[in-house]
Design a binder for this molecule. Structure first.
Ligand code: NAD
Length: 252
């Protein structure tokens, strides 16, 4: 779309969120980049986005981020829920605090941000909510109970928002990527290499790409293009859906 929009994007210090901010700026959108990591401030400034510091596990901080977008830009048209973390542990050993942190950040924050953006989107009769889920919103793997549960829940939130937004010009969709080349995955490669006593390249090929038909990692910019489509006017008939960008993982 050529129409400039106001977008709030979370988790923008690196990886997918950073790529979404860059691409939205290329499209001429105004962007509030929300992260708790100060590195996101420099990245935002470099492309003419506005940075807002918030720890999204805090409900008040979620609401403050939306308030800031409305104060700065007058409205919110596009919400991209992207901030996320991973913790790998068996259910038996999974720390309760980690479970709560992951659910707060990756399920409760998208709910609170959607809720806070809703009046602005409804009043304008136009809104786009794009939730960055994961292939792990569709299938599970051992050791990632909190992440997988939060991501599966995010699909439920997406579907509910789609039904409620249908008559108000608001769409909600999820994107389900397999492994994307980001710091989050670099850390996992290093962890898994240590865990299995393998070389990092072996981890990528034998563990991460085991189920992939296309044997490579996904580029953040490839996910950003899909976000931009779902956030565009052209995607007005698309809602409540989950878009796999998973190298064929879930085809089997
Ligand atoms: P990343 O680690 O590069 O970026 C995550 C961002 O979230 C960082 O900027 C970080 O500072 C921010 N963040 C973390 N905790 C926060 C908090 N409490 N408050 C505010 N910001 C916080 O990760 P990424 O790989 O780009 O992942 C982005 C999203 O994509 C996540 O939701 C992730 O689950 C999802 N995803 C990633 C992959 C992958 O392979 N990388 C695959 C599927 C889904």
């Amino acid at each position: 779309t050529k129409t400039p929009r106001v977008a709030l994007v979370t988790g923008t210090a690196s990886g997918i969120g950073e790529a979404v901010v860059d691409h939205f700026r290329e499209l001429g959108h105004q962007v509030l980049a929300v992260d708790f990591n100060e590195q996101a401030a420099e990245k935002a400034e470099a492309v003419g986005a506005v940075f807002f510091r918030a720890d999204l596990t805090d409900a008040d901080a979620c609401r403050a981020a939306v308030d800031e977008a409305v104060k700065r830009f007058g409205r919110v048209d596009i919400l991209v829920n992207n901030a996320g973390i991973q913790h790998v542990s068996s259910i038996e050993d999974f720390p309760e605090a980690k479970w709560r942190q992951i659910v707060d950040l990756m399920l409760t924050a998208p709910f609170l941000l959607s809720q806070a953006c809703w009046p602005s989107m409804r009043d304008n009769g136009w809104g786009r909510i794009v939730n960055i889920a994961s292939v792990h919103a569709q299938v599970a793997s051992p050791g990632k109970a909190a992440y997988i549960s939060a991501k599966h829940g995010l699909i439920g939130l997406t579907k509910t928002a789609a039904l409620e937004g249908g008559s108000q010009g608001i769409t909600a969709n999820a994107i389900c990527p397999a492994y994307v080349k980001t710091p989050l995955v670099d850390n996992q490669i290093a962890d898994q290499a240590r865990l299995h006593g393998m070389e990092e390249q072996e981890v990528i090929e034998q563990v991460m790409l085991k189920n992939a038909a296309i044997k490579r990692l996904i580029e953040p910019a490839e996910v950003a293009q899909m976000v931009a489509y779902l956030a565009s006017d052209a995607a007005g008939a698309v809602t409540g859906s989950s878009w796999n960008i998973d190298l064929g993982w879930t085809a089997q």
